[in-house]
Design a protein around this ligand. Structure first.
Ligand SMILES: [Zn+2]
Length: 378
C-alpha cells in the first residue's frame, strides 16, 4: 500500500476550495445536526437530471477540461451489447492518469437520482481544480465515472430496467452480477467494461428513504458495505483484506464528514435490523472476483463500498445538501486513496459508528440470524 506523502495541508480546506467551483455543491448555512426539511408529497421531477441532461453535462465538462476528461460510450469502446435494454448508449467519463483505477457509479436504481449530480460535480472538480489535493488525485488515480448506470430506469423513474425480449421482466441491476444472472444488457455491458478496466477500488451511490435515529433526528447518509464485515462472506475473501479495507474506506469518510453540522451518518441496514450479505450486487461481485462469461479469468477483485443518501421526494434545499454530502464523501475518499492516507484509518472506526442493533444478515438465501458472525478484526 502507498504511504502517505506527509504533505501538511488541511485536507478538508483544500477539497472544499476545489468544490467551491462546482455549482451543484451549494454552500449550506450551519444547520442543526441532520436537519433536512420534511419531504413533500410530490417528487420534484423537474429538477432531476434526465439522460439527455447527463450527456449534455458530460460533453460540457469534457469540452472545458482541455483534454483531461474523455467521455465515451461503451459501444464506441467496442463492447457488446454496449447499450441499455431500450437501446440507449451507456456513458462513462475518465479523468486522471494514475496507475490505480477507481470505479465510481451512480443511479443503478433509476429512481435514486442524485448520484448523477454528485458524480458530475466530482468529475468537474477533478478535471478543473488546481488544488494540490485534486492534482494528486489526477496523478495517482484514473477515475471511471458512470453517472447513470441505468438510463432506462432513470427515464422511467423506476428502480429497475425492463427487458425488451418480450417478457417485459423488471430486473434489479444491483442483483444482476451473478453467474446465473446477467439478464439485462446493462449488466453484460458494464461488467465487460469492468473486466477490461480491472479497477483497484469502487464506490456506488444510492438513495434511501428518510431514516431517523432513536431521538427522531434525520440520518442524512448511511455508509454501506454490501458483504458485511465480520459477516458470512467478507472475512474469507483474500484472508480478510477487503473486510479491513472496506472499513478503512468508510471509516475515513465517516471521520472526515462527521464534523459537518448538516450531515448525520450511520451504518447502512436493511429492514431496520439486518446487515447486507447479498452476492449479486455489483459491489459484492467486484469483491468476490466474479468471472462471468470468462471475461475475468484471473478472478480480479477489489474493495467497493456504497453511500445511501437521503433522497427521493425532497425539496431543493435538502436536495442540494444530499448532493453535497455525496460529493464531499467521494472527494475525501478519493483524496485518501490518492495519498494512501486511507490505510492509516483504524478499521474499528466502522464498529464505533452509529448503527441499529442488528439481529442478523440478509443473504441470497434469506435471513441468517445471529450477529456478528465473527469478531471484528482490527
Ligand atoms: Zn439503490
Amino acid at each position: 500500500m502507498p504511504r502517505p506523502t506527509g504533505q501538511s495541508f488541511s485536507r478538508r480546506t483544500v477539497l472544499a476550495a476545489g468544490l467551491a467551483a462546482v455549482p451543484l455543491a451549494v454552500a449550506a448555512p450551519a444547520f442543526a445536526k441532520g436537519n433536512f426539511p420534511s419531504p413533500g408529497p410530490v417528487i420534484p421531477r423537474d429538477a432531476i437530471l434526465t439522460y439527455d441532461d447527463m450527456i449534455a453535462a458530460l460533453r460540457k465538462i469534457e469540452h472545458s477540461s482541455q483534454g483531461s476528461v474523455t467521455v465515451t460510450t461503451l459501444r464506441e469502446l467496442g463492447i457488446t451489447p454496449g447499450v441499455s435494454e431500450a437501446g440507449r448508449d451507456l456513458y462513462v467519463a475518465t479523468v486522471g492518469t494514475g496507475p490505480k483505477h477507481v470505479w465510481l457509479q451512480g443511479r443503478i436504481h433509476g429512481n435514486e437520482p442524485y448520484g448523477v449530480d454528485s458524480l458530475l460535480a466530482i468529475l468537474k472538480s477533478v478535471s478543473s481544480s488546481g488544488s494540490p489535493a485534486y492534482s494528486r488525485i489526477r496523478e495517482e488515480l484514473t477515475l471511471h465515472i458512470i453517472p447513470m448506470y441505468n438510463p432506462d430506469g432513470s427515464e422511467l423513474y423506476i428502480r429497475h430496467t425492463i427487458l425488451q425480449d418480450g417478457t417485459e421482466r423488471r430486473i434489479d441491476l444491483n442483483r444482476d452480477w451473478a453467474l446465473d444472472a446477467f439478464a439485462a444488457k446493462e449488466s453484460q455491458s458494464w461488467y465487460a467494461y469492468w473486466a477490461q478496466v480491472k479497477p483497484a477500488f469502487g464506490l456506488d451511490i444510492h438513495h434511501q428513504g428518510l431514516k431517523t435515529d432513536e431521538s427522531g433526528d434525520a440520518i442524512t447518509m448511511s455508509l454501506g458495505i454490501s458483504l458485511s464485515p465480520s459477516g458470512p462472506t467478507l472475512p474469507f475473501i483474500k484472508d480478510g483484506l477487503f473486510d479491513i479495507q472496506t472499513r478503512q474506506m468508510q471509516g475515513l469518510v465517516y471521520n472526515e464528514l462527521k464534523g459537518y453540522g448538516y450531515i448525520a451518518m450511520d451504518r447502512y441496514s436493511v429492514s431496520g435490523e439486518l446487515e447486507l450479505d447479498i452476492h449479486g450486487g455489483v459491489s459484492s461481485a467486484t469483491m468476490l472476483g466474479l468471472n462471468w462469461n470468462n471475461l475475468n479469468p484471473t478472478g480480479h477483485s477489489h474493495p467497493m463500498v456504497f453511500f445511501e443518501t437521503y433522497g427521493g421526494p425532497i425539496g431543493q434545499k435538502s436536495r442540494g445538501k444530499a448532493i453535497k454530502q455525496n460529493v464531499l464523501g467521494t472527494a475525501e475518499l478519493l483524496d485518501g486513496l490518492a495519498s494512501g492516507d486511507v490505510w492509516n484509518t483504524d478499521p474499528m472506526v466502522w464498529h464505533n459508528m452509529p448503527r441499529v442493533d442488528y439481529t442478523g444478515y440478509i443473504t441470497d438465501d434469506g435471513v441468517v440470524p445471529g450477529w456478528p458472525m465473527y469478531p471484528p478484526v482490527g
